[in-house]
Ligand binder design. Sequence first.
Ligand code: MCA
Ligand code: AMP
Length: 503
Amino acid sequence: MNPLYDHLFGRHAGSDAPFLHFADGSSLGYAGFLGMAAQFAHALTAEGLVPGDRVAVQVEKSPQALALYAACAQAGLVFLPLNTAYTIGELSYFIEDSGARMVVCDPAGKEGLAPLAARLGVGLHTLDAAGGGSLTDRAGAMDGVFPTAPRGADDLAAFLYTSGTTGRSKGAMLTQGNLLSNAETLVEYWRFTDADVLLHALPIFHTHGLFVATNVTLATGGSMIFLPKFDLDTALAVMPRATTMMGVPTFYTRLLDDARFTGDIARHMRLFISGSAPLLAETHTRFEARTGHRILERYGMTETNMNTSNPYDGERRPGAVGFALPGVELKITDPVTGETLTQGAVGQIEVRGPNVFKGYWQMPEKTAEELRADGFFITGDLGRIDQDGYVHIVGRNKDLIISGGYNIYPKEIELLLDDAPGVLESAVVGVPHPDFGETVLGVVVPAAGETPDLDAIAARLGESLARFKQPKKLIVLDSLPRNTMGKVQKNILRERYADVFTG
Ligand code: MCA
Ligand code: AMP
């Protein structure tokens, strides 16, 4: 028994139905995909990997990259996908912290990772954007059938790192049961069937593209138009062949900002889903006016998969994230006492259910801070439940910026800015951005008598931080606004610079 593999992948053995379609009109069927996955599973286990071992993967999106996820499920390995934008410094932490036994990277990253892999005694293979590389070469000689490793619902299936307010990333441990239960719930809630063709333009190193979109498709035997990234021209060209799309709000605003995105292109679609960041009510309304479709917004987290969703049949309410999914309990609590608040009051959102992760890898204190003994997970999001039961997210109890669907923790950037030459202290805030919804603004205070060189500071950040985390603008201030307790008043900075990118 291996619930994740059996229910999502193995059930399609021998099927000649298409699984992935590509922009050029070609397709890859389930049988071919599973054969590739089995070969990868052989290649990994031939390197000595055994169930429970972590496989860290930083590669471009390709069918082979997705097959690596299936291979890990089949061989009982823990899949650890990593953002392709991460620098060597960021990667080193993830690889070392997770105790990964194998790293699969793009050929361009091999030279940089080789010393680390050698020091840690970790295997290193390559996989390029076209699906070639040393892992594919090794797998090519292997059998296309692999004896599925026995696993249980409580066994780990994936590690996904999420940054923390202290600047140290935490490995969220997701079990087979977490992933499978959520996929099955979403299939029913969103009425996915094998007739669905999902326009897949999300990255596959985060929950949204890897689990929500892919697992729902696998659970029904449907197919996906599998694009390397969100490119407007390609998305418009393939949309007539799709029935559904999942995206972050930036996908929807980019579509709306293009006159070629007409009601005609979208009318045949069954469903548009948005998540990972707040969808402005204005985007919801503009989208409906243009296409007649009401975008279905849902709310989730890496640690929990999906928690709430607007209804399929009922009213999809702009600015709300809907109701707790079947099997998921959600409550609004007082951040200080933890007491459940009355309907309508704003408090922290807590969730419990089969979707909630097992804890943070080797961080029992962090786990205990956020995951209560009774199973409720403190999300760090602030919300309220309206008179009709819809959940609204009204803010965050954590210092977090969400830019184009990517999470950025200011602390990580502030630590680097504080260390930069000529800087006394710094503050990093999220400000509105027309394309990314919100983006990073850095404020630095010079040390006495110094004039910090902002270009040099930006270049320095570029060496250690993924591009999407780097401040889109740096500003110098004589001092930071502080309250009487000495705490930096980030709200004042956010207000003062609210129109830096939109004005
Ligand atoms: C790219 N850049 C960004 C971002 N993406 N900067 C800030 N925020 C971003 N999200 C940088 C590029 O490095 C580049 O820098 C410049 O912005 C313009 O790049 P562009 O080509 O326009 O970007 P793109 O390749 O089109 O990417 C934008 C994107 C992408 C399509 C919005 O970021 C994306 O696919 N986001 C989805 C993220 C996602 O899947 N999140 C789900 C997390 P320069 O020009 O200066 O070099 S899972 C999650 O949150 C939970 C579980 C949930 O609920 O789903
Ligand atoms: P991550 O850590 O990447 O899993 O991001 C999870 C966070 O994204 C949540 O805690 C929320 O703050 C945010 N998020 C996800 N979906 C939504 C949504 N529909 N509206 C507002 N915020 C969202």
